[in-house]
Unconditional design. Structure first.
Lengths: 318, 840
């Protein structure tokens, strides 16, 4: 049209190219075989692809194995209080909308002690990428039942097997008003993990990704069979969903077409049993975002702030 | 019942669908470039209004429509057409410029971005040189700026060298950096080492032309000159033989041969002619030939052509002619005599070339000893440029006239027509620098509107001339057209739309030109006179959506609920008119409270028949500075102009085979014929089947009666009835059984087993690796990470089979496959192979 081509001039090009090692910090001290390694690599690859400036990127976490994540990223990080990753991340995003914010949380951190914050963070829909690293157990504290542990899971807190049915993080997130992005992936399929995190990062709002993963020490058997069974996963795919390379897509035996704008169908698939559904359950790019109402006075000089506060207070002067 | 889609009639109709008759379209980038994230328009919101106010406002609107009187000119100031609006606000836009101009035939002229992309694809495989790929836009941007700073014309190698130097400065750590630099070197070596880069400016078409004059046939001309050298030496040989024949006595000077050969006797044996000395005329002819051939270098190698420039154009200070036409002979043509000057200039110019070509042809004949005085003397006496072969024509540096369109359409028109009709292969570059177009509200019919510059259509009517109508915003069409026109042996017109030089930014200039093409004000086309059939001569495909009246684009807008709606927007002649900011004042902004059914889109208005036009007022969409979509009414005088342009475009379309009356007639005729034929066939089939059904029905009724009678008579012989055996399954023949069992032959089983056994070597599914560090930590020499931090097998000989099996067992992604042991003497192999089996 008009002899014009895709706008190259607006492509942000930095004078520094970040390679994987620019995002690496220290040696990850997770157990050998832990699914967290896979996610760490995918996130570092995403940072490289998007050329995220490390000084403009923040990883916020709570407490747990997965919450060690910020230590291994050579970016800004905030290893917060148990269950409080969301308030910290919301605060960062609210005042510094120029930063890319990631939240890494675990099933205990998010779905137990941090549930209240999780629910409200979904509703606030502030632009951040949330990774729930769900291994269905408290690993750091040596095997206690977590809210996502399957019924009958034997642990130190329930030696005879857990009694209650687990919380379904996907269903829960879909149930919150103003939800805007809900996806699920499995750590043993790195290609899908990467594409899911990428889609989540590109979403304009609060993107929630649950990564189903193994704890090789305390829950070794949970998904062991699933790793080598191509029918263990069911891929939700759609032209509006997560784009996979055709070779990767071909490796799935169970594929379902699911339009991610259909939340009710998304809820149905979230309850699927027998096979683990992975892919994008729901996306709404137009959901209102609370962070868009935040930092309107960024860059305002201190004097102006003081005079604004004074003039506001003057209204109540007697 | 679900109806089948593939009935003959449906297939046939699908085949003859008008869609199929549309010319092949180019894939367009269309609106992918306008992303909702960057452009989100909203609709203007109505305010409460009384009926009285609405009535009054519509009185004003209708008056404006009739007279063009706009009492609220200020309100529409600054409004812009929706589609180009996002770009008009920008200082920089991305286009096909700069263009790479090649000086070697092994590289084509093309947009620089295409050169980068195609070269990259040629030398790197998928996933290779990722950092370089990500930084190709950086090279492109750098070069684009460099070319602009260098005055829009600079050597390719210098610009590329600077870009490479710039890109090499990117900070990258470790191994990535070394690989990146290696990739850059490889990439640079595969790009052309010479050539020029040309940016967007008024001078661009002249640069194109001059570059092609210099280099298009240079290699060919050099080759031809070397052939002339061969001819010259051949002729010189003839002369030297003649000289030696005249001066030497065969009977002496051969030493020992004198005693062995009797030369006098030998002379009597030779044919008579061979021993004759060369006739004087021939001798003279050859000498003349040689002296003419001596001029070849000055005529062909050191000479690129002759250019005439119209006087007014030569005085235009925007063109630095001395620099532009360096290396070309230039003459300034007097006012109103440019075509005559070019025609006369051609006569003089071609005379030397005719002489040279005559000499070449005579030389060839002389060397082959085939020159026949009786035949060839007269032929060469009459020989002129009309006798040139295609090859000879293409070698001649052309005569070119550069003139303004306005002049050619004025007093020069008759001379221009004579020049084109003469079939002299003179090339005319007509530069169309339109004056700002204003609506004529005063109904004066003395002058044609400034847009009516149908120079190219006039040229086509002469039939014999190559004609290109092109615009500066499409360098590919422009360059290809000029290249073909120069290569043709016919006259040629290159009618090029450039932007008037003004204080506009280059973005505004570019959009002005491209919207003239989008709004059908200046359609692009090529007429190649050399092709046989009209259809192959005339090409309009360079126009956007050439099969439609106006190009249409789908646009997303934000609605009141923050959702998105789609808006189909045609880009009309009036949109083009409104691109010029000062023109939007003469359109009437209709506030949303007054929008009604009488206000209809201009594209629809132009389609309505006269009886349906009553009370209707056409509008187009414009956008204000706050990105709000507004409807603006279009005055009748402008509607007339739009109608005229549409009519011209429809004329061009029909010439190009779109909506062709004759084609449509032929299609309808064929459709009816085939329809009739199909109906007849269907009827025949129906009659045939009806007959068969009737027969079956009769026989079935008979059988039923027989069976009923059998049952009634208690006869248990139903199975023996012939009709029953008809419907029973045919029993499998022994051969069939055999063939069934032969599917699982022992040989095939063996083959399958072999396939299974092939996996003897250890291997790793890198794409499945979850980067858990398990194998790389324990066996760092055997397993390493690739650039994506996924493991691969580096050196399997550094571990024992036992260790390999252990690694496979420990791998949480189960992506290590140990295969079979390399060392047959390793202890405990049997047990290890059993352990490895589940992982292979």
């Amino acid at each position: 049209m008009f002899g014009l081509k895709p706008d190259l001039c607006s492509i942000p090009l930095t004078d520094e190219y970040y390679s994987l090692e620019d995002y690496e910090d220290g040696i990850a001290r997770w157990c050998p075989g832990c699914g967290d390694h896979s996610i760490l690599t995918s996130v570092q690859k995403l940072c490289r692809e998007k050329q995220l400036a490390p000084e403009k990127t923040v990883f916020v976490s709570g407490i747990g194995c997965s919450s060690r994540f910020p230590h291994y990223m050579n970016t800004y990080g905030f290893h917060g209080l148990h269950g409080r990753a969301f308030p910290v991340a919301s605060g960062v995003k609210f005042r510094r909308p120029d930063l890319d914010v990631f939240v890494v949380t675990g099933d205990g951190d998010c779905c137990s002690i941090g549930t209240a914050h999780w629910i409200h963070a979904i509703r606030y829909n502030m632009k951040m990428t949330v990774l729930l690293l769900d291994n269905s157990i408290y690993g750091l504290t040596k095997k206690q039942t977590s809210p996502t542990s399957a019924r009958g899971t034997k642990s130190n807190t329930h030696p005879q097997g857990s009694i209650l049915p687990p919380i379904n993080p996907i269903q829960t997130t879909l149930g919150v008003s103003n939800v805007s992005f809900v996806a699920q992936t499995a750590d043993w399929n790195p290609a899908h993990v990467y594409e899911t995190i990428k889609a989540a990062y590109e979403h304009p709002g609060f993107s929630f990704v649950r990564v189903v993963q193994r704890c090789p020490v305390y829950m070794r058997d949970l998904y062991d069979a699933a790793v080598s069974d191509p029918t263990a996963l069911t891929l939700l795919t759609h032209e509006k969903g997560i784009k996979l390379h055709e070779n990767v897509e071909r490796s799935f035996k169970n594929i379902i077409q699911h339009d991610p704008s259909d939340i009710n169908k998304g809820r149905e698939y979230a309850e699927m049993s027998g096979s683990i559904p992975i892919g994008l359950f729901y996306q709404n790019k137009n959901a209102p975002r609370y962070d868009e109402y935040g930092a309107f006075n960024i860059g305002m000089p201190v004097e102006d702030k003081i005079s604004a506060i004074n003039s506001e207070l003057d209204k109540y002067a007697v | 019942m679900v109806k089948s889609k593939n009935t003959p009639n449906e297939l046939f109709n699908e085949f003859l669908n008008e869609e199929a008759l549309k010319p092949r379209q180019k894939v367009e980038v269309a609106l992918e470039i306008i992303k909702p994230e960057t452009v989100s328009y909203k609709l203007a919101v109505p305010t409460p209004t009384t009926e009285e106010e609405i009535k009054n406002q519509w009185r004003v609107i209708r008056n404006f429509f009739r007279s063009g009187e706009n009492p609220k000119r200020n309100e529409s100031t600054g409004l812009m057409p929706v589609l180009p609006a996002p770009y008009l606000k920008k200082d920089e836009i991305t286009t096909d410029y700069p263009v790479f101009l090649s000086v070697e035939s092994k590289f084509d002229h093309c947009p620089f971005s295409d050169l980068l992309e195609n070269t990259f694809k040629k030398i790197f495989k998928e996933k290779e040189a990722g950092i370089l790929l990500q930084n190709l836009p950086r090279i492109e941007n750098f070069v684009r700026k460099y070319v602009v700073d260098a005055g829009n014309f600079c050597p390719f190698d210098v610009a590329l060298g600077s870009a490479i130097k710039d890109i090499s400065k990117i900070k990258i750590k470790g191994e990535d950096r070394a690989n990146f630099l290696k990739d850059i070197e490889k990439f640079k070596d595969s790009l052309p080492q010479s050539g020029m880069l040309l940016g967007f400016s008024q001078q661009t078409p002249v640069h194109f032309l001059v570059h092609l004059l210099k280099y298009q046939t240079l290699e060919k001309r050099k080759k031809f000159i070397s052939e002339i050298h061969v001819l010259k030496s051949g002729l010189n040989d003839l002369l030297s033989v003649e000289k030696s024949e005249g001066s030497k006595d065969h009977s002496s000077g051969w030493g020992i041969a004198d005693s062995l050969i009797e030369f006098k006797k030998l002379d009597t044996l030779m044919p008579e002619r061979a021993s004759e000395s060369m006739p004087e005329k021939r001798y003279e002819r050859i000498v003349n030939c040689i002296s003419t051939l001596d001029s070849a270098e000055s005529l062909l190698q050191n000479y690129n052509g002759l250019i005439f420039i119209g006087k007014t154009l030569s005085e235009n200070s925007n063109f630095n002619w001395n620099k532009l036409l360096e290396g070309i002979e230039v003459k300034v043509a007097p006012t109103n005599e440019s075509c005559t000057s070019a025609s006369n200039g051609f006569k003089n110019h071609i005379a030397g070339l005719v002489k040279l070509m005559t000499a070449v042809r005579i030389a060839e004949l002389e060397i082959k000893n085939k020159y026949d005085e009786e035949i060839h003397r007269d032929f060469f006496k009459r020989f002129n440029w009309h006798y040139f072969t295609e090859e000879e024509s293409s070698l001649c540096p052309p005569v070119v006239l550069i003139e303004e369109t306005q002049n050619l359409l004025g007093k020069e028109l008759q001379h221009f027509s004579t020049l084109i009709a003469s079939n002299k292969p003179v090339k005319v570059l007509a530069i169309n620098e339109p004056s700002p177009f204003k609506i004529n509200f005063n109904d004066s019919e003395d002058e044609l509107p400034s847009y009516q510059q149908e120079l190219s259509s006039l040229t086509i009517s002469h039939r014999g001339a190559f004609t290109l109508q092109s615009a500066l915003h499409n360098p590919v069409h422009l360059l290809k057209g000029i290249e073909s026109g120069l290569a043709s042996s016919t006259p040629a017109l290159f009618h090029i739309l450039i932007s008037p030089d003004s204080d506009n930014t280059s973005t505004q200039n570019f959009i002005n030109i491209s919207s003239a093409v989008e709004g059908r004000q200046f359609p692009l086309f090529t007429y190649s006179a050399g092709e046989n059939k009209w259809g192959s001569r005339f090409d309009i495909n360079a126009n956007p959506q050439s099969y439609l009246d106006w190009p249409e684009y789908t646009f997303e807008i934000t609605n009141e609920n923050k959702g998105t709606d789609k808006l189909e927007l045609p880009f009309t002649f009036v949109d083009f008119y409104a691109v010029n900011k000062s023109n939007s004042e003469s359109l009437f902004l209709v506030p949303p409270s007054y929008w009604s059914d009488d206000l209809i889109p201009l594209s629809e208005y132009l389609k309505l028949s006269t009886d349906k036009l009553y009370a209707k007022v056409p509008f187009i969409w414009l956008v204000d500075n706050e990105d709000t979509l507004q409807k603006v009414a279009v005055p009748y005088s402008l509607v007339i102009e739009a109608k005229e342009r549409l009519d011209f475009w429809n004329f061009i379309q029909e010439l190009g085979g779109v909506n062709s009356f004759h084609v449509e007639q032929a299609v309808n005729r064929t459709r009816n014929e085939m329809q009739e034929q199909k109906e007849k066939e269907i009827k025949d089939i129906e009659t045939k089947f009806e007959k068969q059904i009737e027969e079956v029905r009769t026989s079935a009724a008979g059988e039923a009666m027989d069976r009923l009678a059998g049952i009634l008579l208690d006869l248990d012989s139903i199975t023996s009835l012939p009709s029953v055996s008809k419907i029973s399954k045919p029993s499998s023949s022994p051969e069939a059984e055999e063939s069934k069992t032969s599917v699982i032959t022992p040989a095939k089983v063996e083959t399958t087993e072999k396939v299974v056994e092939i996996s003897g070597e250890a291997w790793l599914e890198t794409f499945k690796c979850t980067s858990c560090n398990e194998c790389t930590d324990k066996y760092p020499r055997a397993f390493k990470y690739n650039g994506d931090k996924q493991a691969y097998m580096e050196d399997i000989t550094t571990v024992t089979y036992a260790q390999l099996v252990k690694a496979a067992e420990a791998c949480p992604a189960k992506c290590i496959h140990p295969g079979m042991p390399l060392n047959p003497n390793e202890p405990g192999l049997e047990e290890l192979i059993v352990k490895a089996k589940p992982f292979n």
